[in-house]
Design a binder for this molecule. Sequence first.
Ligand code: FAD
Length: 524
Amino acid sequence: MDRTSYINELKNTKTGSAWDFIVIGGGATGLGIAVDAATRGYKTVLLEQADFSKATSSRSTKLVHGGVRYLQQGDVALVREALRERGYLRRNAPHLVKNQRFVIGNYLWWEKPFYTIGLTVYDLLAGRRALGRSLPMSKKSVIKHIPQIEQQGLKGGVSYQDGQFDDSRLAINLVQTAVEHGAAVVNYAGVTNLTKEGGKVTGVVVEDKLGGGTFQLKGKCVINATGIFVDDIIKMDNPVQKPMVRPSQGVHVVVDGSFLDSDDAIMVPKTSDGRVMFGVPWHNRVILGTTDTPVKEFVMEPKPLDEEVDFILETAGRYLVKKPQRKDVLCVFAGLRPLAAPTKHSEETKTKEISRSHKLFASESGLVTITGGKWTTYRIMAEETVNLAEKTNGMKHKPCKTKHLKVHGYQANPDRSNHLYIYGSDQEHILQLQKNNPEYAQKLHPDLEFTAAEVVWAVREEMALTVDDVLARRVRALYMDAKASIEMAPLVASIMAKELNKDKSWEEEQVREYRSIAQNYFLT
Ligand SMILES: Cc1cc2nc3c(=O)[nH]c(=O)nc-3n(C[C@H](O)[C@H](O)[C@H](O)COP(=O)(O)OP(=O)(O)OC[C@H]3O[C@@H](n4cnc5c(N)ncnc54)[C@H](O)[C@@H]3O)c2cc1C
């Protein structure tokens, strides 16, 4: 997991010696493809222009789910596929994915039978991979499970089971899994162009965003897994191709765990704008969201709109005794969904009605593009992508190996009372760091549990190169308490500087940069 040696190796690769798979994009989709291709035995390289999961893949609702909402929309095939994948992910990464009970409070007489029937269908679609049964609940039982639920007008409820996870931690573990199977995986390496011969894509031009300079790589299959940015890569292949993606923004608000006061989550099946809303416990906080707002800008750091925040707080306030206010917001974050661009006749289609299934196709040049889908379905998306790339490029089919592949860090029954559980089997190495050097056992902030050892580990073993890489995606401090994370930044920068052999001006620049990113994650 040493970026410098990877990048030097890539720069020095003779242009004649080709990779089997060049994967562009280090989010859920690209990482899944790198794991799939590498485990089939293909010589694989993945290039990420920023940090792994920096874009959409660290900004999800953190659910491993079939999508109750898609069932409401009648998309049975999508739900069935996601429920199957939910089962595989729960089994292959139990240190990061856990069962999560959701409670739907019912305020109208027909809701209890209606949602009980709907959610029983959800369970049946999951078949033997169901995580538990959906059950009708009395009013008393709803209050017992969610003490903070609004009781006025409450008639009863329904509970169902889904999965819950940590998105950027899974991304890092997928990087490690791919590397363990021989892939070269590099962050801060952006693809700036494709190389072509006789109309066929033969490789990529890569910019080293940290060390500077560009270099070329040759590959038999080039995969475009760049999320909302897929059109940029498609344009490098075919400048007149119509855009296929239009982003839709989803915002989440994070508040203290006391707003739910429960290990169970709540689900509001129909908000005033016809969406579903979740309140999900996560690392002693509650994530509330989300929204669905069409946007025109394709950016790495999307900005939540005031009206989106107000909508979430107002909706949550209707269903909770303690009404969250703007002052209670510990973090607010936005992510962009790569939804299908509207064709002329569907120009007015609301983004919440556009299909969430993935889109996969091969261009005449051999470039294979995949976008859309969900974190939950990243594995099957990868399997289909590698199958299509093999076919498109005339390679002999090798069977997929990921259905039963344990993700790096696999640990069957983690003790979730210790915040280090997310490291799974790596936890012992972090404890060892603390034991060997008592300085590393020191907390980075009085209000958060993270220690210096986790920063050292992130740099040495998880390819963290900036303060943002550490605080946003290796530990989730930014998402748990954005203001506290800014206060931690100088200490994190100084620990990183020692590890990376950087000087004081690097530290100061890192803190400045982090502050400017993190200030968009809290309300002023
Ligand atoms: C608000 C919201 C909530 C969601 N909640 C859930 C949920 O609860 N459960 C679930 O299963 N799914 C959820 N999803 C969906 C899920 O997050 C996405 O499907 C998934 O993260 C998409 O991953 P990706 O790899 O396709 O895209 P991204 O994560 O955006 O990754 C694409 C990567 O490509 C890189 N890239 C772009 N251009 C280049 C280039 N030229 N060179 C190199 N790299 C490049 C980018 O930097 C980026 O890191 C949610 C999505 C949103 C927006």
